[in-house]
Each structure stands twice: as C-alpha cells, then as structure tokens.
Design a binder for this molecule. Structure first.
Ligand SMILES: Cc1cc2nc3c(=O)[nH]c(=O)nc-3n(C[C@H](O)[C@H](O)[C@H](O)COP(=O)(O)OP(=O)(O)OC[C@H]3O[C@@H](n4cnc5c(N)ncnc54)[C@H](O)[C@@H]3O)c2cc1C
Ligand SMILES: *[C@@H]1O[C@H](CO)[C@@H](O)[C@H](O)[C@H]1NC(C)=O
Ligand SMILES: *[C@@H]1O[C@H](CO)[C@@H](O)[C@H](O)[C@H]1NC(C)=O
Ligand SMILES: *[C@@H]1O[C@H](CO)[C@@H](O)[C@H](O)[C@H]1NC(C)=O
Ligand SMILES: *[C@@H]1O[C@H](CO)[C@@H](O)[C@H](O)[C@H]1NC(C)=O
Ligand SMILES: *[C@@H]1O[C@H](CO)[C@@H](O)[C@H](O)[C@H]1NC(C)=O
Ligand SMILES: *[C@@H]1O[C@H](CO)[C@@H](O)[C@H](O)[C@H]1NC(C)=O
Ligand SMILES: *[C@@H]1O[C@H](CO)[C@@H](O)[C@H](O)[C@H]1NC(C)=O
Length: 528
C-alpha cells in the first residue's frame, strides 16, 4: 500500500487503488479499540485519534466548526476523529473505515454551510486534515503545492512572503479551507480576471485516466475521495492595486445605481471586480429603515486608471479621487476580509476561525432586474431584515471558459451570482427556524428574477433545501439530479459517470454527494 503512484500529482486517496487488499465483509463496529487496532495494523507511525472519552475530542470537533448551528448536544457526533500527520495516514483511515463499514467525513476548513464535513445521519468518523497544511511556493515556475488543510489566507500569505507580483484567485474569506473550497469551485476578487480557484488547479497525470482530475475541480467535496494536496498555478498581480467601498441608501439613489450596476459590472474590464451587497440599516438621522447598497471594488491597476474606467462606465456612482486607496494585493486581501488598514499579513496564518449562526442560499441572474421590480425586492428585504444579499459579478474570464471545462458550469450568459445570507445571534433552535424561514421566503420571492430550468446554485454554498441524495447517502439518479443539475447543469451526468466508475460501492458519500449508478458505469462511455 503505497502512495507513490499518485504522489507526483493531485494525490487522491482512492478506494479503488487498494480495493483488493481489503478483506471484503465489513465487520460491525462496537469498540473504539477495534478501530484503533486497525489503524496501528495499517500504519507504521501513530495516527492522532480522539475518541469521545478523550478530553480533547470536543475541542478538536469544535475547532473548525464554522457554523455554530451544529454545536448542540443533539447534533450527531463522530465515533472518533482522526487528524492525519501525513498522507499515508489518510490512506490508513480509509482502509479502516472501509473495513469497519463506517462512513468517513473529511474536513479541511469546516466551512460547509450545512456542516456536511462533521455531521452525518449514520455512524461516522471525521478525518480532519488540519495538520496537513503544507504550502510550497515556487516563484520561478509560478506554481505551488498546497495541502488541503491549509486556509486560503495561508496561501495568500505564503505567496506574498515570496513575491509582490504573484497572487491566487480564491476566497475572499481567508479562513476557508482549501479542501472543500477548491472542490466546489472557489471565487474571490480576481474571479473576473482569472476564473475560479478550481480553474487554476493544474492538470495531473494519474487521476486523468479516470476522469477524476476533471471531477474534483468543482464537482463538490466528499464524492470522489480525499484530495490531500493540489498543485496550483499562481497568477500575476501588479505591485499596486486599488480598492474602494462606497455606500448608498435608497434616499441616495441606491435603486437606480443597482439597476445600472447590473448592466455594467459584468462588462467592466476583467481587472475590475465590483461587488455589491445589500442589507437593511437604520436611515440617518433616525427613524425608518432603509436599504444600504455597498459597492466594493478591487482593481488590478492604479487609481488613475481606475478613475478613468469608472468615469467612462459608471459615472453615476460619483467616485472621486478621495475614494480610491492604493495598496499591495495582500493588503487588499486583508482589507476585504475585515482587517484594518496596514494590518500585518501575519494575521492570516494560524488564524482562529470566526464562527457564526447563519444559513446561505444562492442564485444566478441572467437578465437585468428592472427598477420597478427592485423596489418590490426592497420591500421584501425590509420585512425580513436579517436576510441580506450579495451580488457577485461574472463576465470576463468566466465567460471565456466552456461550461464543460470543469464541473462548475456557471459561465457565459451569467450577469451575476446572488448570495443570500441570514445571520442571527440567539442560540435557541426556535430562532434558527425563524431566520431560516426568512431566507427561504426571500429565495422564493426571487424566483421570477433568476435562472430557470434549472434554477442554478453554487455548490460551495451548500444548501440541503435543494434536495438530498437521501438520508443515508444512497440515492436514485432522479433524486440526485434535482439538486445536481442546479449545481452542475449538464455536467451532472458526467460526474455520475466518473463517480460510478471510480467508486462503485459509493464509499465516499454524504447527504449531497454524487450517486454511484451501475448503469452509468456499464453502458455509458463518456469522453473525458
Ligand atoms: C464564512 C464563510 C465565507 C465564505 N467565503 C467564500 C468565498 O469568499 N468564496 C467562495 O467561493 N466560497 C466561500 N465560502 C464557501 C466555501 O468555499 C465552502 O464552504 C467550502 O466548501 C469550504 O471548504 P472547507 O474546506 O472550509 O469546508 P469543509 O466543511 O471542511 O468541507 C466542505 C465539503 O468538502 C468536503 N471536503 C473537505 N475537504 C476535502 C478534501 N480534502 N477532499 C475531498 N473532499 C473534501 C467535505 O467533506 C465537505 O463535504 C464561504 C463560507 C463561509 C462559511
Ligand atoms: C511498515 O514498514 C515496513 C518495513 O519498513 C514496510 O515493509 C511496510 O510496508 C510498512 N507498512 C505500512 C503500512 O506503511
Ligand atoms: C489537548 O488539549 C490541551 C489543552 O487544550 C493541549 O495543550 C494539548 O496539546 C492537546 N493535546 C493534543 C494531543 O491535541
Ligand atoms: C459549543 O457548545 C459548547 C457546549 O454548550 C460550549 O461550551 C462551547 O463554547 C461552544 N463552542 C463555541 C465555539 O461556541
Ligand atoms: C417613514 O416611513 C413612513 C411610512 O412609509 C413615512 O410616512 C414617513 O414619512 C417616513 N419617515 C421618514 C423620516 O422618512
Ligand atoms: C498605512 O501606511 C502608510 C505607509 O506607511 C501610511 O502612509 C498610512 O498613513 C497608513 N494608514 C493608516 C490608516 O494607518
Ligand atoms: C457569450 O455568449 C454571447 C451570447 O450568446 C456571445 O455573443 C459571446 O460570443 C459569448 N462569449 C464568449 C466568450 O464565448
Ligand atoms: C437508505 O435510505 C433509504 C430511503 O431513503 C432506505 O430505503 C434504505 O434502506 C436505507 N439504506 C440503509 C443502508 O440504511
């Protein structure tokens, strides 16, 4: 059992590689000791393991649980948690969980909105990759090897330490884990210039043979195996980038600005990313609530150039020189993740994970929403004021990449993505229900304005409202296609094909994993 055959490229710990080595009949699991013995039988070095009796079990379980919604006594807990120190430990974990017939949940950064990396409806173990966070940056060839347990912030840090003119186009949030993030696409302020994070993961020889390399770059985490490390292509950034953030209330003309934004944001130069967030605030001086539209931007260029673009394309926003801030790319990363001006980039490394009570949903918009309809949307938001929306502009590089290039299908023709987000602070379950209802109402209300057949959604904004594979992860094709076509459009069938070939037993599964369907394996021959 060695990893050498795959370690030269994207390293997938795949069941099929050592399938034959495993005795078939899975024994049922009653004692932690049996499992731990299996681990030591299959590994020469000891693998850190935490059982519920271990005093650090809860600490580890909660450490990267980004959603506090699942930090309750009734949330199903893992049989044990493994924290591999090297790649072979991950393989051992897979061997033993297969042997004992227990489900594996793999966790990298723990940001899954539905907690799928650390909860399950069936007995399970967590393979937590937080120790596997090595990042090797090679400035000369402009590539890096990144282990899944690293955060996006740690990648940015490592790159910025070595170069002022290289970057990587991944999440805005710097605590997101690489493992899940790359698996579902991944975007940030350079989306329009360089595409998704997955678009910048470099090809791999061995997994290509199975079509796996295609599947893992956007097909969602947890369906195909455990990706231990990724080779990524670094991208050029200028020494100086320019940022701004301006806010407009309804009284200040937000409605017509949002209307205009929809027409221009996707057609701006690729170097310019202008994101729009909408939420309810108290009107100033006081009294009524109003909508606040925040236009925040990162431009890969200097202020002078940016001003010229804004004057020409979006003069209504009324930008002046005082609005522009010229900073390094890494400073822009820090600013947009909420750190104050001139923060040290050291804050990106070993950062404590911010936690929240939240639910997210997503949509894609293909036609400009008329002003009169925007006004109706404002009324809806004002009634459910905890729910906000973020409009993420597409176009640019995103339009140039074919829908079938990776599983991530939201490309040309998309004006922008909508992220719906509801936050709350009350810990009671009743409150959760109330706020989740709010965001569902908002989503329902938006139906006429967003993509149809399928109504598209972003796999990394995991949403179990869209459907589940089935409670226990064994699903029919038709059941899974309901949510699968939203995340992946026509790529869903190809994902089912790859899944059925490489994981016929559906070992790697979760509540929303790609189903393994024998007929796909036997009768279809899809070209990768
Ligand atoms: C606060 C917050 C901010 C966010 N900001 C952004 C953003 O700016 N841009 C963006 O695109 N998205 C953003 N997201 C969404 C984020 O990209 C996804 O939640 C992503 O899947 C998180 O990856 P993770 O490793 O942290 O999560 P995890 O919960 O660890 O994993 C997510 C899924 O992937 C699986 N998985 C994890 N590691 C592996 C692995 N090594 N191999 C195979 N499968 C694996 C898990 O089992 C699970 O199913 C944000 C989410 C949150 C909560
Ligand atoms: C353990 O070490 C021995 C001797 O070096 C080697 O033959 C064997 O393959 C190793 N086993 C595992 C599981 O790594
Ligand atoms: C267990 O937790 C304690 C206290 O938080 C910590 O000092 C110790 O390093 C942890 N041990 C392991 C093995 O994680
Ligand atoms: C999770 O819940 C436990 C028990 O109620 C509590 O002690 C712990 O602080 C919570 N964790 C976080 C990160 O809030
Ligand atoms: C507040 O809203 C009410 C009802 O919409 C309106 O009559 C009133 O003029 C508003 N007050 C202010 C200060 O805008
Ligand atoms: C940030 O640093 C620059 C350069 O040292 C300095 O000119 C500027 O005033 C600083 N800004 C803040 C807000 O501290
Ligand atoms: C995107 O689609 C539009 C409309 O169908 C088409 O005119 C344009 O050429 C496409 N762009 C790219 C880059 O394929
Ligand atoms: C899984 O759930 C389905 C219904 O959703 C059920 O028919 C099936 O028996 C379950 N399988 C297992 C192994 O629990």
């Amino acid at each position: 059992m060695s990893t050498t055959s795959v370690s030269s490229s994207v390293l997938l710990i795949l069941l099929s590689f050592f399938y034959l080595a495993i005795s078939m009949g899975a024994s049922s699991l009653t004692h932690h000791g049996d499992f731990i013995k299996c681990l030591s039988d299959h590994s020469n070095t000891s693998i850190p393991v935490y059982t519920p009796q271990n005093s650090n079990y809860s600490f580890i379980l909660q450490s990267t649980m980004a959603s506090l919604k699942f930090n309750t006594s009734t949330t199903p807990k893992p049989f044990l948690i493994l924290t591999p120190l090297k790649e072979s430990h991950v393989q051992t974990a897979v061997i033993c969980s297969k042997k004992h017939g227990i489900q594996i949940k793999v966790r990298s950064g723990g940001h899954d909105f539905e907690g799928l990396s650390y909860i399950s409806d069936v007995p399970f173990i967590i393979v937590d990759l937080f120790n596997l966070k090595k990042i090797d940056v090679d400035v000369n060839s402009k590539v890096a090897w990144v282990q899944s347990g690293a955060t996006t912030g740690e990648i940015y840090y490592k790159i910025a330490k070595k170069s002022k003119t290289l970057g990587f186009p991944a999440a805005i949030c710097t605590t997101v884990g690489v493992g899940g993030h790359f698996s579902g696409g991944g975007y940030g302020f350079m989306l329009r210039k360089y595409g998704t994070a997955a678009d910048n993961v470099i090809d791999a020889r061995i997994v290509d043979a199975h079509g796996l390399f295609w599947a893992i770059r956007g097909g969602g985490g947890g369906s195909f195996g455990i990706v231990v490390s990724w080779k990524i292509k670094l991208v050029s950034v200028p020494p100086v980038v320019t940022v701004f953030s301006v806010e407009k209330t309804l009284a200040e003309g937000a409605t017509s600005l949002v209307h205009k934004w929809q027409q221009v944001a996707h057609e701006l130069p690729q170097e310019l990313f202008l994101i729009l967030s909408l939420g309810v605030v108290n009107a100033i001086p006081k009294g009524n609530k109003t909508i606040l539209a925040t236009f925040a931007s990162m431009f890969l260029g200097d202020a002078k150039k940016l001003h010229a673009v804004m004057q020409e394309r979006f003069p209504e926003l009324g930008l002046e020189n005082k609005h522009y801030i010229e900073v390094s790319w890494i400073q822009s990363v820090l600013l947009f993740d909420g750190f104050p001006m001139n923060s040290s980039m050291n804050v990106l490394v070993n950062r404590p994970q911010p936690k929240s009570l939240a639910k997210a949903k997503s949509d894609y918009v293909k036609q400009v929403i008329p002003q009169i309809e925007l006004e109706k949307i404002w009324e809806r938001i004002l009634k459910d004021e905890q729910t906000g929306m973020v409009f993420i502009p597409y176009g640019g590089k995103m339009s140039e990449i074919a829908e079938s290039e990776t599983p991530f299908p939201h490309r040309n023709g998309t004006l922008f993505k909508v992220l719906y987000l509801v936050y709350w602070t009350e810990e009671q379950v009743e409150s959760s229900k109330k706020y989740i209802k709010q965001i569902r109402r908002m989503y329902e209300f938006m139906t006429p304005y967003v993509s149809k057949s399928p109504r598209e959604a972003y796999a990394n904004y995991r949403d179990l409202d869209l459907g589940q594979t089935s409670k226990n992860g064994t699903a029919s094709y038709a059941q899974a296609k309901v949510w699968g076509s939203k995340y992946f459009k026509d790529n869903f069938d190809k994902l089912v094909y790859v899944k059925s070939k490489v994981d016929p037993d559906n070992f790697f599964r979760n509540e929303q994993s790609i189903p393994s369907i024998p007929i796909f394996r036997d009768y279809f021959n899809i070209t990768m």
